[in-house]
Design a protein around this ligand. Sequence first.
Ligand code: PTJ
Length: 245
Amino acid sequence: MSEVPASHPRYASLKLREAIAAGVEKGITSAHGLIAHGRGEAFDYLIGETSQPFAREALRAGAALLLMAGYPVISVNGNAAALVPAELAALGQLLPAPLEVNIFHASPQREQAIRSELLVHGAQTVLMPTDQAQLPFIESNRRFVHPEGLFRADVVFVPLEDGDRCEALRRMGKEVVTVDLNPLSRTARAASVTVVDNLARTMPLLLEAVEQLRQEPAEVWQQLISTYDNDAVLRAAEARIRSGA
Ligand code: PTJ
């Protein structure tokens, strides 16, 4: 990273800021993405900038859901592509699952830039939005999807989601695994599994959990899913924030 020494107490956070700013410069991330990132930073500060037990519990259940899926799909927006392109590509290969570019702030150029970034980082299948399939129940640009991607998926991994689409995906009967630093958001509440953590910390842990769990029998995945309680996880995250501990 440019001028910030690795010994700086806020090195990790500043590095992510640089990645998001570089994402804007490369035409991957929207200017709005900077604001979303800042909101995330505030919540990250409040949860202690570490992967807390409630996040680790959720990511194991999320990994189990992705492994149980008949047709999992990974949805990628401008922030996720700037922060963790290699890890998203690796998850796609590991499951395996197609990646699909799906952004809120419409821009065909940015969609292409996100696709290229994912391919450069090793992604194999990167689907693009089409007008041949649309998600019902939403009106934003995120309704345009690929018929062989988000439209068909039974389980969707979608970090930094917006509430409307998360609710729409759930109403379509799909399971949604999200990563959102704000446990109070509509997305956090509507998702099947919410990992309240920074996406940059979650991805390596999620890859590790998928690697480890796929050695286990499906009964173990089933058990993790059936005992998982997303409301309890969100309450634990909110309690952590309120306690200031
Ligand atoms: O690329 P686009 O057009 O799809 O735009 C993407 C953004 C993120 C701008 C868009 O989806 C958006 O506006 O998102 P929101 O509604 O601001 O929600 C972003 C949520 O993600 C907020 O609850 C933030 O706290 C959270 N968040 C931000 N950065 C991170 C995060 N959660 C996990 N890890 C992060 N690094």
